[in-house]
Design a binder for this molecule. Sequence first.
Ligand SMILES: [Zn+2]
Length: 208
Amino acid sequence: MPLSHSRAATYVDRLNAPGLLDQLATPYPACAPLRPPAWNVDPGRVRFEPFFRKMYGASAAEVERQLTNVDWFGQRLRVTQVNGAAQSLAAVAAELARLPQVRPFVTPSAGTFNWRTIAGTPRLSVHAYGAAIDLNVARSAYWAWGGYREGQRGIPYRNAFPLALVQVFERHGWIWGGRWYHHDTMHFEYRPELTGPAQCAAALRGQP
Ligand SMILES: [Zn+2]
């Protein structure tokens, strides 16, 4: 696929029409301490859609052919097998099972595969590819629930999710929507190009 940068001048335009290189432009702070992200810093939220469609499927039917079931604390979730995402989520579940104190955030899951766009946008959600999971909505915060507009300054950051939970996902290659200025704390998506065991080990050694 062509390696290009978006020509868009504003963040919101770039979000809607990125190039492949834009999705790697903001470093993801894997396993770092929790802090409110700066204005419009959303590492991993800019995605070049043709790249994802090519990997995971360009229609609901194409994506569904690659799905398999993952046991999520008794819930059956459909996740893509592409890139080892389903296997990775099963490993996350096994590790989280050893942290009973985080269980109220982890269950019930609000879902994985769903062929849909992101609310209020024309952009396909990573849920459409079967490579994202939403955790317990009742414990979550979402930037748009406050009635704010995309790209607006001063959106207040809220999060109740513990770092220990987030780090388990990040070690297994899942980025967290709670690291975004446009925060979505229930949301994790499989992005092993941005986070994983090597990035987390480096962060825990205090390196960038
Ligand atoms: Zn989500």
